[in-house]
Design a binder for this molecule. Sequence first.
Ligand code: NAP
Length: 295
Amino acid sequence: VKITGETAVVGLIGWPVGHSVSPAMHNAAFARLELNWVYVPFPVPPERLGQAVAGLFALGVRGVNVTIPHKEAIRPFLARLSPEAEEVGAVNTLVRDTAGWVGHNTDGEGFLRALKEEAGVDPAGASFLILGAGGAAKAVAFAVARVGAAKVAVANRTVFRAEALCRALSSRWPCRVEALPLEEAELSRAVSGADILVNALPLGMHPRVEEMPPVPPEVLKPPLVVCDLVYNPRPTRWLAAATANGCRTMDGLPMLVAQGALALEMWTGVKVPVEVMRRAAEEAVSGAAYAGGGG
Ligand code: NAP
């Protein structure tokens, strides 16, 4: 990109941000769209978060992605939250408003888009089993509940977090909920009642590729649809086992691309070239220099 007096700046704040796929994905889209925009990674230490958020607004930055560890801590520094960000309690995208930054969360909608477009699955009326109760799990759980999932079961190592998520879900949406411990026997039973299993645990991620979520591959059988939010490696060993058993599967990359495309649509107001973003993300993930990380 040729930087001029007119160049619009967007970027990513996190700590660290060095391994993010987002700059490659967004800058590829700007090149294709021939937009005079640039996407820049900004490493922001936790103690500078408030200053950074105010500074980015003052500098006229057009939009910001937010990644680990700032997704929850950023909330007090924003003018307001979208209903999705409010529900999930986490922000991954900032959009400018006259009064300040508006915090959005595109992870849940990104998952839904990926599920429909990549896996060809309709979440309405389906029974979900989600592994994990962290930020990604919450975003997915609220998104599927919002579009009419019949049941959302949540399994987590720290069970009270699964229980808290289930309470929050059922107070807001009419789905059935169930909180479970992250134990093999429980999960082997629970999986038989699920249509769609989602791994939102950081297990099997590069470099610890031998780890697996505690749902044994032998219980992953059709017609179960299996999604793994981990996108490095693609697929994880666990997801590869589900595919080998004949399950329909989806890795984490389509969601990563969709959440980025949604952010870019909000910032630019134009229809974004999703295929270009996807190719750039695939290349960045498979690049030898890439060593994992969020966003
Ligand atoms: P997070 O908020 O830190 O949550 C981590 C979750 O994993 C918690 O439920 C935690 O359980 C559990 N956990 C961590 N280490 C564990 C272990 N050794 N054994 C059992 N459980 C463990 O993280 P997140 O942001 O939700 O991210 C989770 C995963 O999703 C990551 O792999 C991330 O890369 C991926 N992700 C992908 C996308 C995408 O677009 N594809 C988007 C967001 C995240 P406790 O509550 O017990 O600590």
